[in-house]
Design a binder for this molecule. Sequence first.
Ligand SMILES: Cc1ncc(COP(=O)(O)O)c(C=O)c1O
Length: 382
Amino acid sequence: MALSAPHAAGYVNGVSTEDLSPVRLRPAIAAMAAYKQGRVPSEHGFKLSSNENPYPPLPGVLEAVARADALNRYPDGAALAVRERLAERFAVGIEQVHLGSGSVALLSQFINAAAGPGDEVIYAWRSFEAYPGLVTVSGATSVRLPNRADGGHDLQAMTDAITENTRVLIVCTPNNPTGPIVTAAEFDAFMSRVPTDRLVLLDEAYFEFTTDPDRVDGAPLLGRYPNLVLLRTFSKAYGLAGLRIGYAVGPTAILNAARSAAIPMSVTDAAQAAALASLDRQDELLERVARIALRRDRLRDALIDQGWNVPEAQGNFVWLALGEETAAAADTFFDADLAVRAFPPEGIRISIGEDESVEKLLEVCGEIVQNLPPHHPVRRLG
Ligand SMILES: Cc1ncc(COP(=O)(O)O)c(C=O)c1O
C-alpha cells in the first residue's frame, strides 16, 4: 500500500508539520487539546489554580507512606484494607467500594464501562474540565447543558436532554468551577426523572468542604437507587493530590464493570497507606477542612463587599464570571504572583490557599473590580 506523501513544511491547523505523524490516529483524539494544569507561581507566590489543599499531609501520613517501601513489588491490586475501612464508613459491602488512581481515573472507567460510539453522556457546563476529554476518549458524545445563571446545574434541562442514546449523566456537586451545590431535594427530583437503566455519577470531589445543610449527600442514598454511583477523592480535603487516590461507592455490578475498564494495580501501596493513615485522623482532617471553609466564606464576603458578584461557594474555591475580561484579569493575578485558573471567555476560579494569600488576593481583586466596565455582570449593582 502506498504511503501518503510527506506533508509540506509548515503548519496544518496550527500544528507544525514536524509534529504530524503518518500513523493513523483516531481523529477525535488527535484533535483534542492537551489537558491544561494550573499555572505555577514563583516560589514566593501562591498557587491557587488547582483546588489543592494548602496544608501538608497530616502528621503520621508521611511515616505511613515511608513504611510502604516495597517498591520492587506490585501494590495490592484489590486495595482491600482501604476498601474495608470505607465499606465500614458507608455501611456497604466491600464489593461496593472501588478505588482508582484519583477520582478522575474512576470517571474514565465508569464512562468507558457504560458509553461508547453512538452513546451520549450528559453533564452541566461549565463543570470539571476533564469531563469532555474523558467522554471523547470513550468514543461517546458529550451533551453539555449550560449552568443556570447562578452557576448551579440546570437539572431539569439535563433530564429533558435524555434520549434513547443517553448512557451516563454526571452531576458535580459542588460544581467545579462555579461553586454551587445541588440540594438533596433537587437531586431526589432529578433521580426520579432518570430511567434506572442509565448510570448517574455523583461527583462529590469537594463534598467535605460543603457547609450548606441542604446539600445532597450521596452516602444515605446508596441502596436507594440501582443506577447511582458516588465518587469521592483523597486529593482535596485529605490533601493527598500528589499520591492519586479516589474512590467510588455504588452497586456491585456497576463497580465490577468499572473494574474491568481499569488499568490493573494503578493505586500504589503508598497511596493506600496514606489514605488509611488519613482516615485514622479524621478529627484533625475535619478541623483543617473547617478552617478552609471558613476562609472561603470570609473571602467570598470580602469580595462581595468589594463589589463582586460571587456565586454560592461550597467547594474550596470561588468563581468570578469575568467573561471577556478573563484573560486580562488572569494576567493581572499572575503579575502579582498569584496563579489562578482562567477559563476564557467565561471566568476565573480561585482556590482557597494559605491564610497569607488572602490579603494579597483581595488587594488584586479590588484593583481588578475597580477597572471593570461599570455594567459588567460580575459587578454588583448599587
Ligand atoms: C469535580 C472534580 N471531580 C474529580 C476530580 C479529580 O480529582 P482526583 O483525580 O484528584 O481525585 C476533580 C479534580 O480537580 C474535580 O474537580
